[in-house]
Design a protein around this ligand. Structure first.
Ligand SMILES: Cc1cc2nc3c(=O)[nH]c(=O)nc-3n(C[C@H](O)[C@H](O)[C@H](O)COP(=O)(O)O)c2cc1C
Length: 304
């Protein structure tokens, strides 16, 4: 009998739905025992997010400060595979998941284990996964696969639909915008990854610590967004430091800097970001080879 630990943190339940869909074949199999554990921050984060707490989370997310999380007191001694579902907050793994990965308990359970990451986010996850790769390897574990689902309708629409959803809880279509979040059909179809993992577990393939989900469409990197993510990360580091220097989370001084930052970000999203996307489209033919190389890298370990 194989034993799989499924860890995740989801606010609206979208990532929970993805985790449930991927792991359904394992749960239904008599060959596998699945332990589901939702990561719980000691101090809960709000959902939907009020404006200031949303941006207040930004410096701690980008600097990977983590947060205190509750310890699980009922885990098995050993697992054959760990499936870790996380969302992306400001180009980084969400603060509760970072907090868990930095905990003493994570050191014990991840050591020498093969790990599959599951991500459901807007559409900028590449830098977060680089950070996650380091968290996993720092724990002595091996990332063998990554499955990513992104919000429907493409980047430009998601710049409006995702913040509306996160700040108001409204996910429905409006005006000419599609509904926010990942399409239900994509979530349902992700059970095919669980079917493959089940076959692998039955034949001890996970022991090789090599990818199981290659050539199944588990990840698609948008090469034109990688450059935007890199630039945004640099800008986030500068603003994150400024906000942290202004004061403690929730302080008045921090709110002032956050207000300036939010205005800066809105201007950026309305001007520089579309311009950047346009310029990148125009210069694509000259940068094609370099972009394709970076896409191949970021799609590892579960590419195409
Ligand atoms: C504070 C915050 C920051 C976010 N930043 C990003 C981001 O940088 N890139 C991205 O693709 N999605 C981002 N998202 C969207 C989430 O990754 C995710 O899609 C959304 O929060 C729904 O997840 P849930 O299952 O926890 O409800 C952010 C969400 C929150 C709450």
């Amino acid at each position: 009998m194989k034993r799989v630990l499924v860890l995740y943190y989801s606010q609206s339940g979208q990532l929970t739905n993805m985790v449930d869909s991927v792991t359904k074949p394992l749960k239904e199999s008599s060959a596998v025992t699945v332990d589901y554990r939702q990561i719980k921050p000691v101090k809960a984060y709000p959902y939907p997010w009020p404006f200031y707490p949303f941006f207040d989370a930004f410096p701690e997310a980008i600097y990977m400060n983590g947060c205190e999380v509750e310890e699980f007191d009922d885990l098995a001694d050993d697992y054959d595979l760990i499936i870790l579902g996380y969302t992306v907050w400001f180009l980084s793994p969400s603060i509760p998941v970072t907090g868990f990965m930095q905990s003493e308990q994570a050191k014990k359970i991840f050591k020498d284990k093969p790990v599959v990451t599951l991500i459901a986010c807007r559409d900028m996850w590449v830098m977060a996964q680089e950070k996650m790769k380091k968290l996993i390897s720092d724990l002595g574990a091996t990332l063998i696969d990554n499955v990513v689902l992104t919000d429907q309708g493409g980047s430009i629409y998601a710049f409006a639909t995702t913040p509306r959803w996160l700040l108001t809880g409204k996910k429905d279509a409006f005006w000419f915008f599609p509904p926010a979040g990942v399409a239900d059909e994509e979530i349902q179809n992700s059970s095919r990854f669980g079917e493959r993992i089940l076959v692998a577990l039955k034949s001890d393939e996970e022991k090789k610590k090599e990818p199981l989900l290659k050539n199944m469409g588990a990840v698609t990197v948008n090469g034109k967004l990688v450059g935007t993510e890199k630039i945004a990360t640099r800008s986030f580091m500068i603003w994150g430091k400024l906000i942290q220097k202004a004061g403690e989370p929730g302080s008045f001084a921090r709110k002032i800097v956050i207000t300036v930052y939010a205005l800066f970000l809105a201007t950026l999203v309305l001007t520089i970001v579309p311009l950047n996307i346009l310029v990148r489209r125009l210069i694509y033919p000259w940068r094609k080879e370099a972009i394709e190389k970076s896409v191949k890298y970021y799609e590892q370990p579960s590419g195409r």
